[in-house]
Ligand binder design. Structure first.
Ligand SMILES: CC(C)(COP(=O)(O)OP(=O)(O)OC[C@H]1O[C@@H](n2cnc3c(N)ncnc32)[C@H](O)[C@@H]1OP(=O)(O)O)[C@@H](O)C(=O)NCCC(=O)NCCS
Length: 171
């Protein structure tokens, strides 16, 4: 029942959501594993580029959970040139970031947010990409929604493990 209620509580991400997106970026980037704080993210360009100045033209996001206390976000941003992200594939494909606050994980919110975001993105983009650690169970979620591994994209990440770029064609 709880899973159904929060899954149904989705809304578009707006400019005012930037502080919450920093919190969600902290979860999405597993920054706690490196002893970082949320404030530290703003000083790390490889991470801050996913959220800094949220609300620009290419940005598209979904916020999930109760209106007064959201607990998840899935968002897209076109990151190109010097700002290319970990999951860069080309200059027209935005990169996905997604996280759900730890207590709310495993209730279906991540799936609901991602399905909504992909539907919203379909009219705007030809594909969506992401970078994920090979051992992250989220890979199953991405595969279920149709994301496929990009050949030759395995890299050693900040944690010293392997990350893979995945892409979802939308057309
Ligand atoms: C990945 C994540 C956004 C999914 O959100 P969620 O609400 O937990 O997702 P759902 O309940 O819809 O479950 C979908 C999948 O999420 C993953 N998942 C579920 N609970 C999880 C947990 N406690 N920890 C990590 N992944 C989990 C699983 O892959 C699950 O699929 P499965 O049932 O086939 O194993 C969320 O678990 C999370 O924030 N994880 C930590 C941050 C992260 O890794 N973000 C992605 C970086 S690429």
């Amino acid at each position: 029942m709880f899973g159904f209620v929060i899954s149904a509580s989705l809304r578009p991400a707006v400019t005012a959501d930037e502080p919450f997106l920093w919190e969600m970026l902290y979860e999405a980037s597993h920054a706690a594993d490196q002893g970082l704080t949320v404030a530290d993210l703003e000083t790390i360009p490889a991470l801050s580029r996913y959220v800094d100045g949220w609300g620009a033209g290419s940005d598209l996001g979904v916020i999930g959970g109760p209106a007064e206390s959201p607990c998840g976000a899935a968002w897209l941003r076109l990151l190109t040139g010097a700002d290319a992200g970990y999951g860069y594939v080309d200059d027209t494909t935005p990169e996905l970031a997604i996280a759900v606050a730890a207590p709310a994980r495993g209730t279906g919110l991540g799936t609901a947010m991602l399905e909504r975001l992909v539907a919203d993105a379909a009219g705007r983009y030809a594909a969506v990409s992401l970078s994920v650690r090979e051992e992250n169970p989220a890979r199953r979620l991405y595969q279920r929604l149709g994301f496929v591994d990009v050949d030759g994209s395995r890299i050693v990440n900040r944690a010293g493990t392997t990350s893979i770029t995945m892409v979802l064609p939308l057309r």
